[in-house]
Design a protein around this ligand. Structure first.
Ligand code: F6P
Length: 323
């Protein structure tokens, strides 16, 4: 009997998840496994919503955003009872291994499941936030920053035409990877992220000084979340301090959709295949990642307990780049 390897996508969808599913299915099948898709992440696992995936079932999806398996955030799976139910269902369906495509929340759930279930659990990092330790990039991040950058370039046209200041909020939950990348690439005057404390009075002073140096418009990038206060709050507090009117744009969910870039398709294809390799090698409780161009397996627990730092070199350059 063939060994059965299940795959699910969980948490926020990310462009390239489909490319990863395709890679798992095709590489897994080619290596003699039966690959089983679970719908709607842990929610579908809890209801046994699963079906065999053949190589033809994943035709024509490498270029599609979202996830054909659908995704969810599942509160029930966070409870010990929920995970006991998941274990029973996996045993009933004779699943030998589970590939989890998602972010840190997904891996926390997978780690907890691994403590009670004897099958192998392998993570694949899929989130636009890039906030997962053990891989330089997560699947979806490259597409998300290119999508956000396209929007910021357009906003800059308007900012320039009207001599205006725009405060633009990008996603990232508790991390500033998206903000830093789009801020640097979009030529932003200020980048406000959770990782770096900032003083709005200082930001206001820099904006005023920029005007004195001849800047007629400015873009301020703000990472979402409580740490920065978000774009609305920043603009409300900053406008009176700086003495200029400000417009707010929240890019929101448009950053999560769309056709994955070549970089995301390549990463997804590699990491999906590598996750299958790890399963065949007998690994469990690890995430397939790529660091410095080398594929590597990192314990799931480290993927969220260790903090991946922002690029400090770029952070140090910001004031000069905005001069
Ligand atoms: O983790 C991806 C992400 O898009 C974050 O950037 C954001 O904070 C969160 O998901 C939004 O979550 P939800 O889809 O539950 O609204």
């Amino acid at each position: 009997m063939k060994r059965r390897l299940a795959v699910l996508t969980s948490g926020g969808d990310a462009p390239g998840m489909n490319a990863a599913i395709r890679s798992v299915v095709r590489v897994g099948t080619a290596r003699g496994l039966e690959v089983v898709g679970i719908r709607r992440g842990y929610k579908g696992l809890l209801t046994g919503d699963m079906f065999t995936l053949s190589p033809r079932d994943v035709s024509n999806i490498i270029q599609r955003g979202g996830t054909i398996l659908k995704t969810s955030r599942c509160e029930e799976f966070k409870t010990p009872e929920g995970r006991q139910r998941a274990k029973a269902i996996l045993e009933q369906h004779k699943i030998d291994g589970l590939i989890l495509i998602g972010g840190d929340g997904t891996f926390r759930g997978g780690d907890a499941l691994g403590k009670i279930w004897s099958g192998q659990i392998i993570g694949v990092p899929g989130t636009i936030d890039n906030d997962v330790y053990g891989t330089d990039y997560t699947i979806g991040y490259d597409t998300a920053i290119n999508t956000a950058l396209d929007a910021i370039d357009k906003i800059r046209d308007t900012a320039d035409s009207h001599d205006r200041i725009f405060v633009v909020e990008v996603m990232g939950r508790h991390s500033g990877f998206i903000a830093q990348a789009v801020g640097v690439c979009g030529g932003a005057e200020e980048i406000l992220v959770p990782e770096e404390p900032f003083d709005l009075a200082e930001v206001a002073r820099r904006i005023r000084e920029g005007r004195q140096r001849g800047k007629t418009s400015s873009i301020i990038i703000v990472a979402e979340g409580e740490e920065t206060g978000g774009a609305v709050k920043v603009a409300q507090q900053l406008a009176p301090l700086a003495g200029y009117d400000m417009r707010v744009v929240i890019l929101g969910y448009l950053q999560r959709g769309g056709t994955p870039t070549a970089a995301d398709r390549l990463l997804a294809t590699k990491l999906g295949a590598y996750a299958v390799d790890l399963f065949i090698q007998g690994a469990t409780g690890v995430m397939a990642g790529e660091v410095g161009g080398i594929l590597c397996a990192t314990p799931l627990t480290e993927t969220w307990s260790k903090k991946k730092p922002l690029d400090k070199y770029l952070t140090g350059l910001q004031q000069q780049l905005a001069s």
